[in-house]
Design a protein around this ligand. Sequence first.
Ligand code: DON
Length: 577
Amino acid sequence: MLLKKEPRIRSLALGAIVASALLTAGFVETAPAYAKTADAQPAVLNASAVAVADKYAADTAEQIFKQGGNAVDAAVAIAFTLAVTYPEAGNIGGGGFMTLYVDHRPYFLDYRERAPLSATRNMYLDDKGEVIKGMSLYGHRAVGVPGTVDGMWEAQKRFGKLKWKQVLAPAIKYAQDGFEVDDQLVKRRDDASKEFAGKTNFDLYFGGMKAGQVFKQPDLAMTLQRIADKGAKGFYEGETANLIAKSMEGHGLITTRDLKDYKAVWRQPITASWNGYRVITAPPPSSGGVGLVQLLKMKADIKDKFQDVPLDSAQYIHLVAEIEKRVFADRAQYLGDPDFYKVPVAQLINDDYILKRAQEVNPDTPSDTKSVQPGLGTSMPEKAETTHFSVVDKWGNAVSNTYTINGYFGSGVIAEGTGIVLNDEMDDFASKPGVPNMFGVVGSDANSIAPKKRPLSSMTPTILTKDDKVAMVIGTPGGSRIFTSIFQVITNVYDFNMPLGDAVGATRFHHQLLPPNTIFQEPYHQLDADVIKQLEDKGYKFTMQGFNGDIQAIRIDGDKPEPMSDPRGRGVSRVIR
Ligand code: DON
């Protein structure tokens, strides 16, 4: 299978308040207030480091650090660069989440897409109440209101040291002058082209892209230039907004009003203590942070059952699948946009609750799927492409960022005249309770469609700290596989003491309650035939999936950052002095 309010925390310093007042009157290029404190921070690492999805993004980060930028400047510049050079997932037409650790404090920025104002609960159902196949995946009606540009604007305005135009410059250059196209990108373009054939204008824009040749995107260069000149307004208002709305006319729902109303939100990250570390991760509208904390803690709670159980043995896979079953039962019932649905986060990550769930794990045989119900009483979805990057600067600040247009090349729609690839994030809503989405996960009322609501996500940009210092920055694409992949890499490192490269490269597997007792494996590393046989004897089934993530992680040992890109992708990790 191809995987395919809280109140806004605006603790800006006085200078930034003045700056934002000026900004409401029109864009003014100002050095943000944060720059002053960042300069005062002593260097605590011997270098900055990045783990990113391609070499162009690594070059951009190097350029930004050499100009004196911090992790946030580098992250924002990477995000804009990947929108050009990694168009299957990098984006300005989608949305995402950024977990930050700045000046020893954790932050979380939600710039997830929102449903358009005219979206309705049953917009993907026919008159018999059945889901219309593909409608939330391809074409204009699949598109949510993009959040990436406002997210980058908010992050850079609050914490960046450089000027906004400096962080846009590398992306504009790649769009204008072009970049050399990688084989993997062409392969993904070919797959997408088949999928979108006859449905969207995808080939008009990407049809001419050839491996090894330079690909230029002049429309996108002009869009990025408007963003560089006018800030977020260069996307959400004026020419760019008008062009997006025009491309929607007669096809989709997004209007200039939807764009003008879009706002990224600063939220409280989920934080939890685990194994001597503080885990800082994604709150709702992601299910990932809750899922990751439940997985890590349940495993720790039943460490006696894991005692001497080797990695990737039949018993190990069985125990992890048992834990995953319980996590996915909760996910389907309770998780959604917290601005619309009261998500019981505190209860879901409460130690006593997690212990009780862990004690239900049957060490011998798979628990009957139907018997695994949501644990807090009386029940979500996702396509594949997303990308993650991890950044640390020498001052000890970190950014863990996952953003997405959902499937490879999103909805396949490019807004005419803008070069913007628009997302198909609407598929992450539950079009109908209990009907699985692209990732095979189901949802409930918590994740039904409503105007301005954000679809439930699995993206889990995560930072681990120890003694108030960053120890690890990690994340990956993979839809509902995201937090089970991150869980496996974290436990490979800290429970199995594996070097980071081995931990990232190791076999990964996945179970998500439904389909019953089904373990997904990956072509990159298949499980041992004996192990499969032992598990089949217990009642498990095995399914191959085409994609199992693209982890980008940085581990910090003393004052040395060690970045690592997943061998499954075309990522690049770099230490920058
Ligand atoms: O937000 C989510 O969870 C999904 N839209 C992410 C999609 C994804 O990771 C695709 N990557 N393989």
